[in-house]
Ligand binder design. Structure first.
Ligand code: GLP
Length: 243
């Protein structure tokens, strides 16, 4: 696991954008696995700038997203489809037909079948990841066992608490989500995690322990042969990470 310690959020955004730019320039037809959350927003903004001002070309890039809330239409301002459109896709020259975010509404079984079919025919070159305060990846919540493939997950109370800031009230936070499974994530050629915010517990388990712990899905990063973690110095210092 390669750990990049950055001075602040903006530096993390640039470091992440550098890694994605290198991939897109060397393989313009690559497939990106994308994530939502506040951690990658700065990186998406920087990639949008590079597309606009420096000709970084996404016209042949494909993407597939980690997860989507069950029950939210893609036009809902808290759906992950809407997040991706407004934070990235609307600002770069990607063909939206080549972007996939699981459908949140309609027949759940059909939606999952479609999600799994897309993943089965997709080789993800680089998967962007954030981490939940409880260590979840995508919406793979901690537990004694974890799922291999895309599935429907019931959100932990702590995840509902963490995500309520985006909704009018806690009651409005969807209780269920579709998410790639851990196997889907681990199959990506490269994993790129950006850790920002109050993630002391998850960061400690990931960077300071040697255990692979299903109660902290983020620790599975340790098993991957090309995993990169970008972490802010303040958080690295808090958990005593020395590099
Ligand atoms: C949500 C997403 C995760 C994301 C997490 C952390 O729960 N499903 O994929 O990593 O939020 O988000 P943030 O980056 O805002 O802390």
């Amino acid at each position: 696991m390669r750990v990049i310690v950055v001075n602040n959020y903006e530096e993390g955004a640039v470091a992440g954008a550098d890694i994605i730019e290198k991939l897109v320039r060397s393989n313009p037809e690559c497939t990106l696995g994308l994530a939502t959350g506040s951690s990658p927003v700065g990186m998406y903004k920087e990639l949008s700038r590079r597309c606009r001002e420096e000709g970084l070309d996404f016209s042949k890039v494909h993407s597939v997203n980690l997860d989507e809330y069950v029950g939210l239409e893609g036009t809902h301002d808290q759906s992950y489809r809407y997040f991706m459109d407004t934070n990235l896709f609307d600002h770069i020259n990607i063909d939206k037909a080549n972007t996939y975010v699981a459908k949140g509404v309609g027949d759940a079984e059909e939606n999952l079948k479609e999600f799994n079919a897309v993943l089965a025919k997709t080789d993800i070159d680089l998967q962007v990841l954030g981490v939940g305060p409880d260590g979840h990846l995508g919406f793979n919540e901690p537990g004694d066992v974890l799922w291999d493939h895309a599935h429907m997950e019931t959100l932990d109370e702590s995840t509902i608490d963490a995500n309520q800031r985006f909704f009018a009230s806690r009651d409005d936070v969807p209780r269920r989500a579709f998410t790639m499974g851990m196997g889907d994530i681990m199959k990506a050629k490269t994993l790129l995690m950006i850790i920002s915010g109050n993630k002391q517990d998850a960061a400690t388990k990931l960077l300071m322990n040697e255990m692979i712990d299903p109660h902290c899905p983020a620790t599975f990063m340790r098993m991957h042969r090309d995993a990169i973690v970008i972490i802010e110095k303040k958080l690295a210092d808090q958990i005593g990470y020395k590099g």
